[in-house]
Design a binder for this molecule. Sequence first.
Ligand code: AHG
Ligand code: MN
Ligand code: MN
Length: 339
Amino acid sequence: MQDRPHAEIVRDNLTSIQAHILQEERRHPGASGDFSMIISAISLAGKAIAAKVRRSNLEDVLGAFGTTNVQGEGQQKLDVIANEIIMRCLGDRVSIAVLASEEDEEPTILRRGSEGGKYCVLFDPLDGSSNLDCGVPVGTIFTILRNDPTIKGSVETVCQPGREQIAAGYILYGSATLMVLTTGSGVDLFVLDQSIGSFLLVKRGLRIPRNSKTYSVNEAYSAQFPAGYRAFLDAAKKDGYSSRYIGSMVADVHRTLLNGGVFLYPPTTKQPGGKIRMLYEANPLAFIIEQAGGMAYSGLHRTLDVRPTQLHQRTPVTMGSPEQVDAVLASLRKHGEGA
Ligand code: AHG
Ligand code: MN
Ligand code: MN
């Protein structure tokens, strides 16, 4: 039987995301408020991007921008717009040293060394954007890292293992606009109330179900997957599993967080290192899934323990409910793959 999440549903009080973060900061004596300024800028960017996404079928912002990003992927007009919005919202926050985006080849250095800057923010401005024209949910994924001023290069500065993240989240532009956020003490869910323009806390302490027989993977590529993944999928079919795949990782992982199951993007012969970007896709989502009681692996390694060496590095991912992730790992071990 499937476990249900036991998040605390917040009913009576109206708590905005800004108030929530300020309350959290009060528990840390000496907190400067810098962190809440960053979350506030991210929520402003989320509202501005949501407004663009919501009107995208009415304005000339759908379709290809006509360029490719550093990963050789075609950019959508809204990828470029969302990237600019985030840069503008975060660019003047004095506590940010470095910004890094999926859409930009190099990190943007805002201030270094004696100029201060405690944090780095890394993001995927619009995940799932190739599906935008058909109205599927897309999202912004972000992570906040500490800036070590003794490290010279900006790429070296942001190439931290995921376990070093101090906060991570995503904004999902779906049937509602919502934000999921962790600062390392559980996962909270906020929903944008369009009528007042605020993200309001609706669930505190989200927990992923321990077990749910659902897998989420682009199964058309399964002939290219290593044998351990194929064996898991074969066994799952015989075991009464159901399948769900949107093709927007942020939306697939959000559903997995709420309903349970496992999201997979394995290595393929075309992409032997996997497709998902480590620093601003896999790590933030892995942090959230773990904080909700789930598991996240890259092959046979815990995703958050992998030390990245490149800004746009890719990784295979398996993340979700503990029982399903364990079953995938067991299958990988049995077939001697994924290490
Ligand atoms: P992005 O739109 O930021 O480039 O990311 C797309 C990613 C991810 O969201 C999704 O899970 C995956 O691409 C889908 O890939 P396939 O089309 O290969 O299934
Ligand atoms: Mn993406
Ligand atoms: Mn993207």
